[in-house]
Design a protein around this ligand. Structure first.
Ligand SMILES: [Zn+2]
Length: 395
């Protein structure tokens, strides 16, 4: 289709700079939406072809962001999907193990079904899910068979297994999570600090290609050795196909770990937030802000967008969600890279630290299946002077 071909569409995002790694687009483009689908991505689509036009000039337009590690269930100050995602350009989230096989249905009914946001889930290897620290130590509730069975029953939503926060001396949680993954043909996301009897190099050796080590730049899971270099077992695991995810969160992202890693070429495979109430309030762990922190460290915008869209889409087993391809679901993020003087915060067991930056990604609009779900500056709305007169027939 050429730019002069008239098209009929419901929504036109006009004047933005599209970054869509899947289609090799990084430049000025308009995006047309018909119904719930992407209708066209072309330079200069005429505004009269659309019933609604949003001027997104000065903004980046990307596939809807995909948060591979967030919390909408469990005892971790989880939040409802829509308010934790839509104002931040996120159209798809993965609940990272809030529920287990025992309470996934409760989670689904209470949070997933009513959400506008597309929600996938990892089942916790603990049957009760993240039901508090004691529950997460309960080895007798780590049932690989029941977990695999539930995954296979709800494969439309559940994409794998999470194991986290285990403090015991052994490998029961990891081994059973891996067993459940083998039985269900899925993958495992691990959040585990080393103890003397089970170290991080041993953990990474256990992980299979496609399994995910989250919180990869956490101060208490140090990727950087005493020599200032990325540890060799991290590189060996990456070479075998183990995936490294950010999961920035309240205390799991440290500039002191992330900056040297990225400078040494060890980029995260996926960018994610570990969003829950505490993460939002302490380090503003949203997708755009986490992306901003990685930009400040030196990653390119293209790399950051790729690892926040198509990379997590592939990890979910849904690559169709990570692009603006014509015919794809119209899930779109509009982000402004504003300039100024900003302080970006990290967190960890040593407390919080700040890094100064001169750029910050500010989410402007979120489109979910063709519907404008968030519009910070009313770009898709008519001017207020077009308000019709009120009905004054009653005094
Ligand atoms: Zn988490």
């Amino acid at each position: 289709m050429t730019s002069s071909t008239p098209i009929k569409c419901d929504l036109l995002l006009k004047g933005g700079h599209v970054i869509d790694p899947v289609n090799g687009i990084d430049g000025p483009m308009d995006v047309a939406v018909s119904g719930i689908k992407i209708a066209a991505v072309n330079p200069d689509i005429p505004p009269n072809s659309a019933s609604r036009v949003a001027d997104v000039s000065g903004c980046y337009v990307t596939p809807g962001l995909i948060d591979l590690h967030a919390h909408s269930w469990g005892s971790v100050a989880a939040m409802f999907p829509d308010e934790m995602c839509l104002p931040y350009g996120v159209t798809t989230m993965l609940d990272a193990g809030g529920s287990g096989w025992r309470n996934f249905d409760d989670f689904r009914n209470a949070r997933i079904v009513p959400a506008v946001t597309r929600v996938f889930a990892l089942l916790n290897i603990v049957g009760a899910g993240m039901a508090g620290d004691d529950a997460e130590q309960n080895v007798s509730d780590m049932d690989a068979g029941a977990t695999a069975e539930k995954i296979l029953e709800r494969r439309d939503i559940v994409v794998g297994i999470k194991t986290a926060h285990f403090r015991g001396p052994g490998w029961e949680n990891v081994d059973r999570a891996l067993e459940a993954a083998e039985r269900s043909g899925t993958w495992v996301m691990v959040d585990q600090n080393a103890v003397e009897t089970r170290t991080t190099d041993q953990l990474l050796e256990k992980l299979r290609p496609g399994d995910v080590a989250t919180h990869c730049f956490a101060w208490n899971k140090p990727i950087i050795g005493d020599d200032g270099q990325v540890k060799s077992h991290f590189r060996e695991a990456r070479d075998r196909g183990v995936q490294f995810d950010v999961g920035s969160g309240n205390n799991s992202f440290s500039f002191a770990m992330a900056k040297p890693s990225i400078e040494q070429g060890f980029l995260p495979n996926t960018i994610s937030t570990d969003t829950r109430r505490k993460s939002l309030l302490s380090t503003f762990a949203t997708m755009p802000e986490t992306m901003t922190k990685l930009l400040a460290i030196g990653m390119s915008l293209t790399d950051v967008v790729e690892r926040s869209t198509i990379a997590p889409a592939r990890q979910l087993g849904h690559p169709e969600l990570g692009s603006l391809s014509v015919g794809a679901d119209a899930d779109i993020a509009v982000l402004e890279l504003s300039t100024g003087s900003f302080g970006l915060t990290d967190g960890g067991r040593t407390g919080f630290r700040v890094m100064q930056a001169d750029r910050r990604l500010v989410p402007q609009m979120t489109v979910r299946e063709g519907v404008v779900a968030w519009d910070l500056n009313g770009r898709s709305h008519e001017h207020w002077t077009n308000t019709p007169p009120p009905d004054n027939r009653l005094p």
